[in-house]
Ligand binder design. Sequence first.
Ligand SMILES: O=P(O)(O)OC[C@H]1O[C@](O)(CO)[C@@H](O)[C@@H]1O
Length: 333
Amino acid sequence: MIPELYLADLEAKPAALADLADALEGGDPFAGIPSGIRRVLLLGMGSSRYAARVAALRLRAAGTDAVAEYASAALSYPPDPETLVVAVSATGGSRETLDAVARHRGRSFVLAITNNPGSAVTEGADLVVPMLAGEERGGVSCRTFQHTLALLLALGGHLTVPGWGGRVSGGEPGGLGRDVPELLRRTAEATADLLDRRDEWLEPAAALLDGPHGVYTIAPVEHLSSAEQSALMFREGPRRAADACETGDWAHVDVYLTKTLDYRAILFPGSRYDEQAMDWIGQRGSTVLAVGGDLPGARACVRYRHDDDPDVALLTETLVAELVAARWWLAGN
Ligand SMILES: O=P(O)(O)OC[C@H]1O[C@](O)(CO)[C@@H](O)[C@@H]1O
């Protein structure tokens, strides 16, 4: 893994998003999924599973029987011709995902979503959808995570909105059925805004989060992938202790750390339990950087273009942690 190339991968996000938007405008990549699917089983590891879990939640909210599982799980749904297995692997080579797919090949309908179309995960798949994230030369999944989320939102539209076909608009933010190419163009603008203005916010944000006891990340379950991916970026690049927590669950889990640690966190607002967490944060004198919204009690807030759109936020907000991670990694930690 190479920090300079990781930073270049981040800087290339807007262009890659535009490419994906163009491709989706050209047609629905999920058109080959047969009708009659009764259940959706999303499988992946690491950031691929983070993205899958948020997508599965949206599918359930739309009334579809869907779950995202660790591909490494020994116990899972049995293969079934009416089950759509969505195998997500950026590299296409994660052993756990390949093992899980092997149980379904030829027995369930297997859709492989990968950034590496010739890879092992595509072997025997019924449908392959490329992430179109370009090569991640830094060796860290960052654009692929963003593209996975976008493609899974598109898949959700395909599965739940009659006649969606990739472009029908009218879907509510936070749900399914939005015009995904248009959403991707807004995300590219949001991403470019954060990149272009990093001289203003990056140094103060990095200083706020730079404590002796690691970095914590907090997000509502609908955006939990943002907290998880942010924590992963702090571990994978600069190799710092980092962990993610769901905002409501925070008062049952992470609150215990605030008494003894110099607790420093990124909080992605949007949970009805933001205030509950911030009450404790205030009492304990902990440090919170809010990303994507103003949050009373936060030491600072990083805002960006279109951050009031929850889908743009979902696709964009990890960039703050990714850029802080790149900065620490480049500085030799
Ligand atoms: O999506 P893939 O390629 O299966 O990888 C799964 C996870 O493993 C990693 O490649 C790290 O080993 C992460 O980047 C990713 O989150």
